[in-house]
Design a protein around this ligand. Structure first.
Ligand code: BGC
Length: 375
């Protein structure tokens, strides 16, 4: 059921067909081997440690999570004996393309890439393929490129369903009379994940909207309209300002805001603080960024999805190590993520939800944050 709904959503939301992909072939066997890549590499760079050189391309330093992802991966890869070229691209696609080009030309034997725009790397990755440099798409799937060998991420659809279920349970939608007012805020349209987050949440919430128990007063429900370019806090805030002034300025109660991640949730929370006087709505998020955990403690954000970047980084290091040693990377999903050239073998880590009741155990006791970070 989940897969069918997701396939339907994806097929209409974007022209990539998951239905075709469900039976499609794997692109893991793209012929890339790091040994061949090392031979092909034009630069004389050699790994100080002898393990080989790995390029890690991250989208931006603006969001806390990508700094953690990058730092964790660099230190774990170095501990495993690899030299690491870690780059951040300030959310600028051209910068990311040229950083990847440099990695290819400076002797990287494997690339780990969290793309800014999943559709913009096809051309540069042709060069990686020519040099037999394997590519692991990190967190975000790289679309329409057969140079992608593997994908490692948290289960993005599950992130969305957990957010939707949280709203369903908190509003007790199956029992309470309602109707309840909800607004929807998702992420960047160029980020393939955003469609999974939104699709997962809407598969839970849509039946209640259809039944009239949830009402989207703004009328803004389709992906393109509720998307937030670059996942920008300011853009989400400005859109929420407009929604509040048009629909909730007269005292109408806003019961919930589905936000696909923490940077957009922060924008919504800033807007509510400035413009809304009613009871605070349920607000979802994702990443457990420090500012949002603080808001959770202060009662301004109800939950966030915790994706432990240490788990993902460790898994990717395992994948890198297996590939660099000439083997196959561990995967646990070979059906869900079709990038337009076939299903990309994936490793999906499991996300969990955090709220004011369990954040200490999840975030502090596990050493992810120090208690003092959250004060
Ligand atoms: C990631 C989220 C993140 C968002 C904005 C998504 O691709 O999966 O964790 O909040 O990008 O950077």
């Amino acid at each position: 059921m989940k897969k069918k709904l997701l396939c339907m959503f994806m097929a209409t939301a974007m022209t990539v067909s998951l239905l075709a992909g469900c039976g499609g072939g794997s692109s893991a066997d793209s012929g890339s081997t790091p040994a061949a890549a090392a031979d092909d590499a034009s630069s004389g760079d050699t790994a100080a440690s002898g393990g080989g050189k790995v390029g890690v391309a991250m989208p931006t330093k603006d969001l806390q999570r990508w700094n953690q992802d990058g730092d964790n991966m660099k230190s774990e890869l170095e501990a495993a004996g690899y030299e690491v070229d870690l780059q951040y691209a300030a959310n600028d696609i051209a910068t990311q393309v040229s950083q990847i080009e440099n990695m290819i030309n400076s002797g990287c034997q494997l690339l780990v890439i969290a793309s800014i725009d999943g559709d913009s790397l096809g051309t540069v990755l042709e060069q990686a393929k020519e040099k037999n440099i394997p590519v692991i798409a990190y967190d975000r799937l790289i679309m329409n490129s057969d140079a992608v060998s593997y994908y490692a991420t948290f289960d993005n659809y599950m992130v969305g369903t957990k957010q939707g279920e949280y709203i369903r349970d908190q509003l007790d939608l199956d029992n309470a009379a309602g109707p309840f007012n909800i607004e929807l805020v998702t992420g960047d349209p160029g980020d393939n994940n955003a469609r999974y987050f939104f699709g997962g949440a809407m598969d839970v919430l849509q039946p209640y909207i259809d039944a009239g128990k949830l009402v989207v007063k703004s009328g803004q429900t389709d992906f393109e309209t509720v998307a937030t370019a670059n996942w920008s806090t300011e853009t989400a805030q400005a859109r929420m300002d407009a929604i509040i002034s048009a629909n909730y300025a007269d005292g109408t109660k806003l019961d919930a805001v589905l936000c696909s991640n923490d940077s957009t949730a922060l924008g919504v929370e800033n807007s509510l603080e400035a413009n809304y006087t009613g009871d605070w709505p349920i607000i979802t998020g994702q990443d457990c960024d420090v500012a949002n955990v603080k808001n959770m403690i202060a009662g301004k954000q109800s939950m966030s999805i915790f994706k432990d970047t240490r788990t993902l980084a460790s898994k990717v290091v395992e994948m890198v190590d297996a590939i660099m040693k000439g083997g196959e990377a561990p995967v646990n999903d070979t059906e869900t993520y079709d990038n337009g050239t076939g299903v990309i073998p994936s490793y999906l880590c499991e996300p969990v939800f955090a709220d004011v009741n369990n954040y200490k155990e999840l975030l502090v006791d596990s050493g992810y944050y120090a208690e003092s970070d959250l004060q």
